[in-house]
Write a protein that binds this ligand. Structure first.
Ligand SMILES: Cc1ncc(COP(=O)(O)O)c(C=O)c1O
Ligand SMILES: N[C@@H](CCOP(=O)(O)O)C(=O)O
Length: 431
């Protein structure tokens, strides 16, 4: 399988090269050249398959010969060594918990998979180093730090917006040291992401072997398909159509679900549920895509004003907005609505949702009238403890701190402050 650039001005490359490049030389995101639907027998027998068997079948066409079969199986086994439970919230509503990995956010899947692919690609390199540049609005940074810690030949540089991530998220991305460096940016997530993209295109930095560990990188993005299949397997016995509501920021997660649908996964509809950063919802109304500066909210990991992966979603639908709307819509919610949803879920189902999951719940609530015979699955993308102050204050309850968080909470933060691209470039060239 090869990948082409969505800007159509760069050479097609295989999985290994696309992973190492991160983004194509013409600034475009890589996209698979063809999508081969999975066999009918796969869906007929899916209840009998384990997570790792499903993941292997789903991803193998995308890896092709870049990684040998046994090695790919090992990568998947190591990546998916935690649970993906579904919790019934209401008769027609389920939460798919994606936070049982080491950093308690869905990013663990993509970050662990990508780190292991790079480890394989670096296996025979001696002194050569790859620098992984990553922008985070909260969770990617921690997951990438954890997933890439001590990976041979890789140095990770994380850019995060100062004062705009939660205390626990900040600890997760600034305290590991070793091959992980955190840069605290005086700006928003979009500023961080723009700087990362600029660095990839900077001729002066060509020698540095830069790549990205955001979902713009196919090795981070593609494994995010896995858990849509797991949820289907676990709910198939209900014999109902399924609608997914995905709390969305950079739109990588929902785009992976939509790719899964193109492979044959029978999902009826997708809802991109956002906070007030509503660039995509506005696009669906007006037909004109207008990126805007992001606004800070209590679901901070979704504070994205120019979602990178929306171009991939458009590509999946041949840039035909009316066709896209048959499978997809987007709704935005305020912090007040989010807090009320958290309270409702807590009082009616005794379930503590984090602000992102609550936005997902709201998206399904808003849409469910149109799907009276279906079940809605909203993704619980992070553990509520990651947003401790907001959750405890909103629900007036105490959350037990899990072991993964205890391990970082008292560690000392280490970060360097930067203000602009010039300072990033100076750091990369001198540091
Ligand atoms: C907890 C949480 N929920 C939702 C999102 C949004 O996911 P995506 O950027 O793939 O749309 C993120 C960050 O990406 C996140 O960390
Ligand atoms: N919400 C993200 C922002 C980056 O998203 P990514 O999936 O493209 O890495 C975060 O938590 O950092």
């Amino acid at each position: 399988m090869n990948y082409f650039s969505l800007n159509h001005k760069a050479a097609n490359v295989n999985f290994e090269q696309a992973t190492i490049n991160g983004i194509a030389p013409d600034k475009g995101l890589y996209f698979p050249e063809k999508l081969i639907p999975l066999e009918q027998s796969f869906f007929e027998n899916i209840e009998k398959m384990s997570n790792t068997q499903i993941a292997y079948e789903v991803i193998r066409q995308f890896i092709a010969t870049s990684i040998p079969e046994q090695e790919l199986s090992n990568i998947i086994e190591e990546t998916l060594n935690f649970e993906f439970p579904l919790v019934k919230i209401e008769e027609d509503t389920y939460a798919l918990e994606l936070f049982h990995g080491p950093t308690m956010a869905f990013k663990d899947v993509g970050a662990r998979f990508m780190a292991r692919c790079l480890r394989y690609f670096n296996r025979s390199k001696k002194d050569e180093k790859i620098k992984v540049l990553v922008a985070t609005s909260g969770d990617t940074g921690g997951a990438v730090a954890n997933g890439f810690l001590r990976v041979k030949g890789v140095e990770v540089i994380i850019l995060y917006p100062s004062g705009k991530v939660s205390t626990i998220q900040e600890k997760q991305l600034t305290t590991l040291g070793q091959n992980i460096i955190a840069l605290e940016v005086d700006g928003t997530f979009d500023d961080c992401q723009a700087m990362v993209k600029q660095a990839f295109l900077d001729e002066d930095l060509k020698e540095l072997n830069l790549t990205s560990a955001n979902s713009i990188n196919i090795a981070r993005w593609l494994p995010q398909m896995f858990y849509f299949f797991f949820a289907y397997r676990d709910l198939k016995h209900l014999n109902k159509n399924m609608v997914f509501s995905v709390p969305s920021g950079n739109f990588g997660n929902i785009c992976a679900g939509m790719l899964a649908k193109k492979l044959g996964l029978p999902i009826e509809f997708f809802i991109a549920s956002t906070n007030i950063n509503d660039t995509v919802a506005l696009f669906l109304k007006s037909g004109a895509y207008q990126a805007k500066p992001s606004t800070a909210t209590i679901s901070n990991a979704m504070d994205v004003g120019d979602p990178s992966n929306f171009v991939r979603i458009q590509q999946l639908y041949n840039n035909e907005i009316e066709t896209l709307k048959k499978d997809f819509s987007s709704y935005s919610f305020t912090d007040e609505e989010t807090k009320n949803a958290m309270k409702k879920i807590y009082s009616t189902a005794n379930y503590i949702s984090d602000p992102h999951g609550a936005v997902g719940y709201l998206g399904w609530q808003k849409t469910k009238e149109k799907f009276p015979n279906s079940i809605g699955v909203f993704l619980e993308t992070a553990h509520p403890v990651k947003f401790l102050d907001t959750v405890e204050e909103t629900l007036q309850t105490k959350i037990e701190i899990p072991q993964q968080i205890k391990a970082v909470i008292d560690k000392k933060k280490r970060s360097l402050n930067i203000k602009n691209y010039k300072e990033l470039k100076a750091f990369l060239t001198l540091g």
